[in-house]
Design a protein. Structure first.
Length: 195
């Protein structure tokens, strides 16, 4: 993804690597939730060989910054990673994990609608309430060939807001963003260029 590719958005690039992700320990339970936690917290499954992170920010509202991550795999491994995540998702409705600050967190897990793009796709939603703040996360994952595209939206708000007021702050992962990135990956895979 490059600057100017999507009107109204600013694009920046991260420098994290797969080696950096290995340092991020995932302490999640129950056991059936671990493949899901690996995918939504580290944006990669087992045997990933490539990793690229960008950040997409709406120019008019710097509050809406979303990571867009591409993870590549050897032949057949992206399918296995996606299948493992989907099995985990079907079995996991509550996810316990340790935050990066050390506290224990319990999140509710649900699914949402996603555009029919790529070879397979999933929309994972998590929500939790802690210390008077409600937090909502939306993770859209699309597998296209040997690449998994990951887009993450985040929203937090006071627990005292009404449900109507909370709708203003809910994370939205726009279909245009997903479809553009998936189309770019598909084109790169067809030409054999780097993703």
């Amino acid at each position: 993804m490059t600057e100017g590719e999507i009107a109204g958005y600013r694009i920046t690039h991260g420098d994290e690597t797969l080696a950096d992700l290995e340092k991020l320990k995932i302490d999640a339970s129950p056991a059936e939730c671990v493949p899901l936690a690996e995918m939504i917290f580290r944006a990669r499954g087992e045997k990933a060989t490539g990793y690229s992170r960008s950040y997409v920010t709406e120019k008019r509202s710097f509050a809406d910054t979303m990571p867009v991550i591409l993870t590549s795999y050897p032949p057949g491994e992206a399918e296995r990673a996606f299948s493992s995540m989907e099995k985990s998702l079907s079995a996991c409705r509550t996810l316990d994990f340790r935050s990066r600050y050390g506290g224990s967190i319990r999140a509710k897990v649900s699914t949402g609608a996603v555009a029919e793009v790529g070879d397979e796709s999933a929309h994972v939603k998590t929500s939790l309430s802690k210390d008077g703040i409600d937090t909502y996360d939306s993770y859209v994952l699309v597998r296209t060939g040997s690449v998994i595209v990951y887009v993450h939206g985040h929203g937090g708000m006071s627990s005292s807001l009404s449900e109507q007021q909370k709708k203003r702050f809910m994370p939205v992962v726009k279909e245009e963003l997903i479809s553009r990135q998936v189309a770019k990956v598909e084109a790169a895979l067809q030409t054999g260029s780097a993703v």
